[in-house]
Write a protein that binds this ligand. Structure first.
Ligand code: ADP
Ligand code: TYD
Length: 203
């Protein structure tokens, strides 16, 4: 089973992915918890290139190539071997993030993202949990982390609003795969919803 968490920056994806992994492991499941960009040594190197530095460091087109290159390495070295071994893979962001951040942020490049995905990745998660919440709260949470990986957070609240609307539209485009969860509630309440949903989907 291949699960992904999606949503705007600061929506609580990493927190919920970790709690779900802990819960499934406590049930005796073999779980690989991973993230994008990153999740393999090569992809983690690309992560530093795309998440650090000025917002205008890369064009959207160059970013599509870099994120897809990172994803290809992550698939080859981490995700596909784990799935082949029967493990549950929980991925903090996946291709839907590229569809949004590179596909929508600077013009409509969704067609290029999808074409490259078809050529180089060719696989979607079995289930995608979209943690939805208002962008101001998300951005405040994300900025509270005080990290150096803030290129996209520096694009500001306007981008986050566009991303939120885009993710909700994506959930409507792929209703079989997507489930939307209200992230503007306490961590443990959101986590309870995630577990109930996963139990229903018979992971
Ligand atoms: P994301 O991975 O979506 O960027 P994180 O899980 O890293 O989000 O959460 C961002 C920050 O917000 C962290 O400091 C985290 O502890 C906090 N946080 C996460 N979920 C909640 C929540 N439901 N309510 C309040 N704070 C939260
Ligand atoms: P992440 O570490 O998940 O950030 P956050 O915890 O703030 O949500 O992802 C870092 C940033 O990378 C995030 O702003 C979204 C961006 N991103 C893309 O632009 N394209 C992609 O394909 C992926 C996976 C992430």
């Amino acid at each position: 089973m291949f699960l992904s968490f999606e949503g705007i920056d600061g929506s609580g994806k990493s927190t919920q992915a970790r709690l779900l992994a802990d819960h499934l492991r406590a049930q005796g499941r073999d779980v690989v918890l991973t993230r994008e960009p990153g999740g393999s040594p090569g992809a983690e190197e690309i992560r530093a290139l795309v998440l650090q530095g000025d917002p205008d460091r890369w064009s959207a087109e160059t970013e599509i190539l870099l994120f897809t290159a990172a994803r290809r390495d992550h698939m080859e070295r981490t995700i596909l071997p784990a799935l082949a071994a029967g493990k549950v893979v929980i991925c903090d962001r996946f291709a839907d993030s590229t569809r949004m951040y590179q596909g929508l942020s600077r013009g409509d490049l969704r067609g290029i993202v999808d074409e490259l995905h078809r050529l180089m990745i060719g696989r979607e998660p079995d289930l995608t949990l979209l943690i939805d919440m208002d962008p101001e709260t998300g951005l405040a949470r994300a900025r509270g982390r005080q990290g150096s990986e803030e290129r996209f957070e520096d694009f500001g609240a306007g981008l986050q609003r566009k991303m939120r609307a885009g993710f909700l539209a994506l959930a409507e485009e792929f209703p079989r795969r997507f489930r939307v969860i209200d992230g503007a509630r306490p961590i443990e309440v959101v986590a309870r919803d995630v577990l109930a949903l996963i139990a229903r989907e018979a992971v």
